[in-house]
Design a protein around this ligand. Sequence first.
Ligand code: PHB
Length: 401
Amino acid sequence: MNAVSRGLSRRLMLSRSAAVVGASSAGLLLPEIVRAQGSKLRVGFMLPYTGTFAQLGVAIENGVRMAIAEKGGKLGGREIEWFKVDDESEPSKGVENAQKLVQRDKVDVLIGTVHSGVQMGIQRVARESGVLNIIPNAGVLAATRGLCAPNVFRTSFSNSQPTMGLGKPMMDKGLKKAVWITWKYAAGDEAFEGFKESYTKAGGTIIKELGLPFPNVEFQALLTEIASLKPDAVACFFAGAGAAKFMKDYAAAGLQGKIPLYGSGFLTEGVLQAAGPAAEGVYSALHYADSLDTPRNKQFRTAYAGQFKLQPDVYAVQGYDSGQLLVQGLGAVGGDMSNKAALYKALETAVIDSPRGKWTMSKAHNPVQDIYLRVVEKGDNKVVGVAAKALADSGAGCKLG
Ligand code: PHB
């Protein structure tokens, strides 16, 4: 009997009466033990596979699969059965889609999602069902603040974390008056919170907030307004295909090189080829940069590019770290999902050796991590420096830990 089955049979014995313990020692419970260990772990992806965030979903899934494959392709010794739902970044279907995985497919782990509004649906289903939820992107503050839960862990960021890194570098360059522009939904509005806090604290003034509904990309009228406002800089949140379009339109409107463009770093993730020269000179703050000069990052990038014939981006890293977190957590309990206390403890205390740099979980289950300032040069996100060291989200309103 190996250590895992010893642990499992001990737990089974503890949960049964003395008479059954007798049966167990006589070997009568063996089939049950074998079943518990031998059954496949059911892992569901709820991600966008269509729409403006489609590429983000694919990068996340690739990263998860790669991290688990690197450790033998199993979790806690159990083989994996995969399930997938395309959430279309559609908040109104968030609950229904999460229930497809939880109720219909009976997943043990739900990995999702990208869009903050859709995450609110997952959050509800996770809190009600108790299913383990790993958030590989969506930064909605409530997920690790007021609506935090023992079974919900985020491996990405909170929406205000990246933009907390923007204010000081902008003011250091003498950019004292800024216009903010974003998609008007949780991710954009909460990214604004981080920008506002860091920029006004450094002495900057936000002269105008502009917005358009997600995933609208009709930027023209807003760019005309920016030109007439003549701010020292523009700061923004956009991501995915819409981000590439925004940078192209910004350049086409004659603003590139005239009014410096800053962004929550998603602006330049996974879209540098699509944006082309329009991305040159764009500054942004994020918990990752392609060019991080560490052996860990280089090894990850080479392996990912080799496997998927694609350059990895922050989404691939977040997926990879979700996989790494699951490897550690399920490893600690020998694949026994019913041992919740030990599983959550292992996830809470994990140190993730990420391509972004090592990070840990806050009490509210959100990464404590460095934020890098980057600039696009010759089609690459170059690291300029660390904009915020070991930055934690406030976790306000979360009673965990
Ligand atoms: C979000 O909706 O939380 C979101 C989406 C895409 C990003 C970042 C945040 O790149």
